[in-house]
Ligand binder design. Sequence first.
Ligand code: URA
Length: 193
Amino acid sequence: ADIARQVAKAATSLEQLQAAMGAFEHCELKKGARNLVFADGNPEARVMIIGEAPGRDEDREGRPFVGRAGQLLDRMLDAIDLSRENSVYITNVLPWRPPQNRDPRPDEIGMLKPFLERHVELVKPDVLVLMGNISCQAVLGKRGITRLRGKWDAALTLPVMPMFHPAYLLRQPQAKRLAWADLLELKAKLMGS
Ligand code: URA
């Protein structure tokens, strides 16, 4: 992680950060992935969304959240009048797809965390949205999305909203009601600041 920290800090633009991640050879996940999945959306947006890791579709296309979970994410954003192209910036904790979509290991999250931190520093969003446990683990050092979701976390210097991951909502549609409440909370924050 020290090497990652050094190269991440040296990046002074998103282009440089993407290039530094592409050249980073200290993570095994890179070998099994087809593409580096860096980010999507508008780097000037007020909202930055952090997911978990690319799945099969994302690995193939080199863009985050383009599969089924991504389509649900688009609809969720749409419900509060946020467009994927203009109003949000989307990335993941991991830029490479884990084999068979297994959960990322703590050492992998730790190794790549400096890149994520630098990514947030360079985008400078007004609010962060964390999708699911892995991003809560990476950014807040906490798990337990059922407890964390829907409440603004003040651990960082900007407001952070943990939410259920759209892939979880596809499996547990009854949780969509809570996710809807969290989206309204996000909308209210954006309107009020
Ligand atoms: N799930 C994620 O967390 N990220 C993606 O990019 C796709 C699915």
